[in-house]
Design a protein around this ligand. Structure first.
Ligand code: PLP
Length: 437
């Protein structure tokens, strides 16, 4: 049987659903990476999920290492999250008036995350980072922001700048529809390169409101911060009166129970959350030191609002998720599985003679099919000879769902068992041997 024939029958219902979807939605999806453009083939249409697995329309079952791109740290449809959200649902789905559940979630965040005194709930990670940057500008009275090439902070206009290469790039729009004016105050530095940040501060220091960074980058594959990088950002921003914004939308409650801020002992001014904090629902947050958050309306004059902000069903999911995550062994179990996966993949790569780098930080992981270390956008963007795509397709055929792009991280949940990971590693060894042969 040819690969194409296998694919046609195996994913027939998904292919049909995709054709129908493309007629009414651009590219057939509501977020571009879901369309499988980076890896080719038909995107898998999901029917249902439970624990570490989901089932597609054709009845194929997969062990899921995407987990909705990170939120599902307890796995799909965790019974207690389902119970909590169902109970909330019955009480009314939205009020646009305060509920005590919002305070409870804010307290949980303040409790878990050092250096955070106050929280504002919003509905997406994009909204959280846009608001955080507005806050940094409001609090400093300055306009310029520094971001890093290859870090992703959502699709806000001012953040959609060309990754560029080399040091001290001035932000040019990376998408039609983003006016040059929207990115004229965005400066781009190189991840893990403090000298590129220092160069920007030497030149624009008095005008820089803040630096926004993924503390562990997860949107150029997973790239870990070099020793001293995050501390160095704190030192430089403090020296110039600029804010340090740690974007924990992906890393929050994931790389450690208290997120990267706790793991690396960072003292940020503003922190953004999303993904895990909403337990699989549209909920995100920005938070920070009291004196910074006091700029937010109605306490302060920085305007930011949301009809569905603090939505009761989403809030219930967030509370349940953070509470369960704090129970003995839950977070650690997911982290242990991440280490097991990474270990196994590394060994399978070695056995097959394929260059494969695998790393994990807590419950988040990443692989690169490259010989040389990946430390920033330029090294991440280097071609891998199509090896990630081959690996992805081989794993998909065998019932393992990895991210459909080599620029994404992998995620583990407390629902992944040691046996789940062991079968994954076994399948990966087969796929890698086939790729080598
Ligand atoms: C996913 C992500 C965002 C954007 O969050 P959305 O909920 O998709 O808008 C922002 N920052 C980081 C680090 C992310 O991983």
């Amino acid at each position: 049987m040819s690969t194409n024939a296998t694919e046609t029958t195996r994913f027939a219902r998904s292919a049909e659903a995709f054709a129908e979807a493309r007629a009414v939605m651009p590219g057939g999806v509501n977020s571009p990476v879901r369309a499988f453009r980076a890896v080719g083939g038909t995107p898998i249409f999901v029917d249902s999920g439970s624990g570490s697995r989901f089932t597609d329309l054709d009845g194929n079952s997969y062990i899921d290492y995407v987990l909705s791109w990170g939120p599902l740290i307890l796995g799909h449809a965790h019974p207690r999250v389902v119970e909590a959200t169902t109970a909330a649902l019955r009480q009314g789905t939205s009020f646009g008036a305060p509920t005590v559940a919002e305070t409870r979630l804010a307290e949980l965040i303040v409790d878990r995350v050092p250096a955070v005194d106050m929280v504002r709930l919003v509905s997406s990670g994009t909204e959280a980072t846009m608001s955080a940057l507005r806050l940094a500008r409001a609090a400093t009275g300055r306009d310029k922001i520094v971001k890093f090439a290859g870090c992703y902070h959502g699709h806000g206009d001012m953040l959609l700048v060309q990754a560029g290469s080399g040091v001290a790039t001035l932000g040019l729009p990376d998408s039609p529809g983003v006016p040059a004016g929207a990115t004229q105050d965005t400066l781009v530095a190189d991840y893990n390169d403090l000298s590129s940040v220092q160069a920007l501060f030497d030149r624009y220091g008095d005008d820089i409101a803040g630096v926004i960074v993924e503390p562990v980058a997860g949107n150029m594959g997973m790239v870990t911060p070099a020793d001293g990088f995050l501390d160095g950002l704190r030192t430089i921003t403090t020296a110039h009166g600029a804010m340090l914004i740690i974007d924990e939308v992906m890393t929050g409650f994931r790389v450690a129970p208290g997120g990267a801020v706790a793991l690396y002992g960072i003292e940020p001014d503003i922190v953004t959350f999303g993904k895990v904090v909403g337990g699989g629902f549209p909920l995100a947050a920005y938070a920070g030191k009291r004196e910074v958050m006091e700029h937010v309306a109605p306490l302060g004059s920085m305007y930011q609002a949301g009809t569905l902000s603090g939505n009761p069903v989403a809030t219930a999911a967030g509370i349940a998720t953070l509470e369960i995550l704090a129970e003995d062994g839950v977070w650690q179990g997911a982290a242990d599985r991440a280490a097991q996966l990474i270990d196994g993949l590394r060994r399978a790569g070695q056995d097959a003679g394929i260059p494969l780098q695998a790393n994990a930080v807590g419950t988040m992981a990443g692989i690169f099919f490259k010989g040389a270390p990946v430390t920033d956008y330029d090294t991440s963007a280097l071609e891998d000879g199509g090896r990630y795509t081959a690996f992805f397709q081989g794993m998909l055929q065998r019932g393992f769902y990895f991210a459909p792009s080599r620029f994404e991280a992998l995620f583990l949940s407390s629902a992944h068992s040691g046996a789940d990971v062991a079968t994954t590693v076994e399948a990966a060894a087969d796929v890698l041997q086939a790729m080598a042969g």
